[in-house]
Design a protein around this ligand. Structure first.
Ligand code: FAD
Ligand code: SIN
Length: 531
């Protein structure tokens, strides 16, 4: 028996939950999520959400900061609409029960992060994401029109390709009919037909060995849409967060929020000497691309494994009230941040690129929408401004919902879709083939496609990835599907997209920095270079 739903939502982070909660007021929602419902990047968000709430802040200032951080590659129209809708969207979170910190006089306590000219980041201590994820899950579980299927991995979106009709990247009317989804209870790939499909699968961080992202961040949605011949762009712009806790035994890396620098913490070398002012007059609070590159340079020049973040001069009251989670985590590895400098290192953190969507969150594939980290709206350009990601997810899930509910009743289910074909597949009994390929991919991406790139490094990555690609496709075709092989395949697709888009960009801009194009700008290049 195949399931038929009005709205199929893939992913249960802020983007998926926000869309589901709104769409459920109009029709049946089925949310599939490949792990536990709260296993998301959203849950780990620390700093908070950037939004304009009080003067002296203005929409114009936030727009300007976003454009500057994006190295002038952001789409101004998208930036303007996102920022202008920021106030309404965060107030909606408050209505859903999210408890942002307040000052003694009852106003929201606002923090500052890199690249922001004003204090505008709403937060819940240093665990904002957890607070949002928990409150949205409670609301979703209470909604009679939302069904949540945990541990269900979406494998492919269904298009006319599955009906035997050939599609190419030039086909103008590729249509999405739902998705093939792995059900762990039956061990089978099942067909879920939907009128509207909403892709909210989050980021790509695990493609790199060193990342702040949870293990779910394997870029599945972007890879699925790319394979279905949908438009994907901006994948060269991978954001490395400057300050993850240096603790080589731990993966993923624990984040030290930029809000700590907003509260006064300063980046220093092993001799306790501040170094950021050599690189940028904004010092430790320069935009992330600049800070991560500066740290990378310091580490390479001095041959060290990390630098330090000094928060020892910040008052204990501020540390205990605003950063209790970071304080406790650092203490657990023997670092008392009120007395000791924190060892930090950059780590892959956020994908600015992804599934290309319009101002309504609609992808190039008909009836397929996307929001959150897997979507590329044009907001971030070449580098995302801190704490603009949760905001983007809220704005675009809202806008996608407006469009989707307008249309869904006129969309018929496609009953011709065949069941998932398992012919000729056997159980792969060599897990080592998957785990080792995953490690090889992560090593390639870290060594050759990191913060600083060059033509030679990218070509080397491309050649090595090609071997992994061929081996994995071969294994995939022969195997009875298990989540691990599907994720590996997606990660390799993502690695390919990052490398290919990086090779296509003949300039250094924002997060894409190439030794071959230092100081070179090519004004003819946009983020809308498609493969
Ligand atoms: P996620 O929250 O990652 O959710 C993705 C969902 O998709 C998960 O439920 C996952 O299981 C599911 N999924 C994935 N693939 C499949 C599949 N094939 N089938 C079924 N389900 C699937 N941003 C800010 O704005 N402010 C911050 O303070 C901030 N701090 C951060 C701190 C950390 C440590 C990290 C990692 C990120 C931070 N970010 C922050 C970025 C921000 O948290 C994320 O970009 C955002 O939460 C992404 O939300 P999302 O809904 O798109 O994806
Ligand atoms: C942080 O708290 O530093 C992360 C904020 C973000 O990724 O936007």
């Amino acid at each position: 028996m195949r399931k038929k739903v009005d709205f199929l939502v893939i992913g249960s982070g802020v983007a998926g939950l926000c869309f589901a909660l709104k769409a459920a007021n109009y029709g049946k929602v089925c949310m599939v999520t490949k792990a536990k419902v709260d296993d998301t990047s959203t849950k780990y968000a620390q700093g908070g959400i950037a939004a304009v709430v009080y003067q002296p802040d203005t929409y114009e200032k936030h727009i300007q900061d976003t454009m500057i951080a994006g190295d002038e590659l952001s789409d101004r129209h998208i930036v303007e609409l996102t920022i202008r809708e920021s106030t309404a969207r965060v107030m909606e979170l408050v209505e859903w029960g999210v408890d942002f910190d307040k000052t003694k006089n009852g106003k929201f306590a606002l923090a500052k992060e890199g690249g922001h000219s004003e204090f505008r980041v709403l937060h819940h201590k240093d665990i904002t994401g957890l607070e949002i994820e928990e409150k949205l899950i409670i609301a979703a579980k209470q909604h009679p029109n939302i069904e949540i299927l945990e541990n269900h991995l979406a494998i492919e979106i269904i298009t006319q390709h599955h009906l035997g009709i050939e599609v190419s990247r030039r086909t103008p009317d590729i249509t999405c009919y739902g998705a093939y989804v792995y059900n762990p209870n039956t061990n089978k790939v099942e067909t879920i037909l939907s009128r509207i499909t909403m892709m909210c699968t989050g980021g790509i961080g695990t493609v790199y060995g060193n990342t702040t992202n949870p293990t779910i961040a394997t870029g599945d949605g972007i890879a699925m849409v790319y394979r279905a011949k949908g438009a994907v762009n901006g994948m060269e712009f991978v954001q490395f967060h400057p300050t993850s806790l240096y603790n080589p035994k731990e993966s993923p890396s624990f984040l030290i929020t930029e809000a700590l620098r907003g509260a006064g913490a300063i980046l220093k070398d092993e001799n306790g000497v501040e170094f950021m002012s050599k690189y940028d007059k904004r010092g430790s609070l320069a935009p992330r691309d600049i800070v991560a590159r500066a740290i990378d340079n310091e580490m390479k020049q001095k041959g060290c494994d990390h630098v330090y973040l000094d928060a020892t001069h910040i008052s204990k009251t501020e540390i205990f009230n605003h950063f209790p989670n970071i304080y406790a985590k650092c203490l657990s590895i023997g670092v008392d941040i009120t007395k000791d400098m924190i060892p930090v290192v950059p780590a892959a953190h956020y994908s600015c690129g992804g599934i290309k969507v319009d101002e309504w969150g609609e992808s190039s594939i008909i009836n397929l929408f996307s929001s959150g980290e897997c979507a590329s709206t044009g907001l971030h350009g070449a580098n995302r401004l801190a704490s603009n990601s949760l905001l983007e997810a809220l704005v675009f899930s809202h806008r996608a919902c407006l469009k989707a509910v307008e249309r869904f009743k006129d969309i018929d289910f496609c009953d011709d879709v065949p069941e998932w074909n398992t012919e000729g597949t056997v159980l792969n009994e060599e897990m080592v083939l998957i785990t080792q390929s995953r490690k090889e991919l992560q090593t390639i991406m870290c060594n050759y496609v990191g913060i600083v790139r060059s033509n030679v490094r990218l070509q080397r990555a491309f050649d090595r990835l090609e071997i992994l690609y061929r081996e994995t496709e071969d294994l995939y075709k022969k195997s009875i599907l298990i989540p691990e092989i599907c994720e590996l395949r997606n990660m390799i697709n993502i690695g390919y997209l990052i490398i290919k888009h990086a090779m296509n960009r003949h300039e250094s801009r924002g997060l894409h920095y190439s030794l071959d194009y230092q100081g070179h700008r090519d004004e003819s290049q946009s983020t809308h270079d498609l493969l």
